[in-house]
Design a protein around this ligand. Sequence first.
Ligand code: UD1
Ligand code: UDP
Length: 375
Amino acid sequence: MKKKNLIIFGTRPEAIKMAPLVKAFLKKSDYFDTKVCITAQHREMLDQVLSFFDIIPDYDLDLMKPNQNLYSLTADIITSLKPVLEDFNPDFVYVHGDTTTTMAASIAAFYSGAKVCHVEAGLRTFNKRSPFPEEINRSIAGSVSDFHFAPTTTSRDNLLNENITDSNILVTGNTVIDALEYSSAIVSSDVYQDKEIEDLKRIVENDKRLLLVTGHRRENHGQGFINICSALKTIAQKHKDVQIIYPVHLNPNVQKPVYDLLGNEENIKLIAPLSYPSFVWLMNKSYLIITDSGGVQEEAPSLGKPVLVMRDTTERPEAVDAGTVLLVGTDTNKIINETNKLLKDNKNYEEMSKLHNPYGDGKACERIVNFILNK
Ligand code: UD1
Ligand code: UDP
């Protein structure tokens, strides 16, 4: 009898990090019957990923609403998953990370009686309001999960400290490195053509240093984004040899302040969210990345790019310890000062741009598949 897998995700980062797992399970179709369910907590940004990785979901709950709230999204996900779980009756349900989809889907899967498998398990800041609501989302997913795929030994230790049984934890590396390798191999092939990358080549000014910016965290909405934009404006005005490119997240709480405050700056280019290969291409081109993203913090060290993280806490301490990532919060002066340092001080820049790979070797999905084969 084949084991039945249901892989559930809803947002851009979950899709990027689950795509290689979907592919790895589909390759083992002699052993597994694998289906994909998307909540579509994100729509356009999720579809971009599905299209690049060539994944056609078996179930599409199509839940995204404009400026959605946590209450109704959580309720909608749990309610809409019931018929899917009843229809497919999976043995194993896979959720990823820390979004509302992760938390709600893990609870629904637990209700169904399936074994819950948490990918990217064990990340913790130990501050329940930062990141909000992700810290609590991943704790809840962890507490209902049967198997925990921890990206690093630090995340495994966090789980052990919560009395999770050692044999139910597997240190896998982060599947984002699997995704990055997959994407890099495709983009670097001779036959690959991408209109978006061709368009980007026309936007990037090669005689300037490129600062790549992304941001979306809920706890930064409001004053945080005003501070961030103010810092970026000052940096752009002060350093004419710099070009800032900012693919702006589609959340209206991000779009409005960013376009209002930075829409008319000469050396700031605001663009739509990029497909994954284009974003990886742009990360490779960049001199420095300024972000509040979780995934970008993991990708940048293996590309040798320094990152200033606009958050007060991180659940990904490995790259901070390795010196590639520096937390700057959303304090305008701190963002400006640390950026200035990296633009002016070559030694500091060289130290931060060392290649590091604390998050994996590209074999995380293979490890997960082998682990489940033996269950
Ligand atoms: C969500 C996750 C966050 C994750 C982030 C990745 C939660 C609570 N938040 O935050 O953990 O880091 O995704 O990007 O799970 N929108 C679109 N099109 C899209 C995507 C979003 O228009 O493709 C707009 C919609 O108006 C939507 C809003 O953004 O209602 C907010 O989306 P939501 O998923 O609730 O929050 P994010 O800020 O994207
Ligand atoms: N990313 C992308 N296009 C963009 C910006 C980011 O494909 O325009 C990718 C990025 O490489 C990373 C992921 O999206 O893998 C991070 O998503 P996000 O920052 O939205 O969420 P987080 O990781 O903070 O949960």
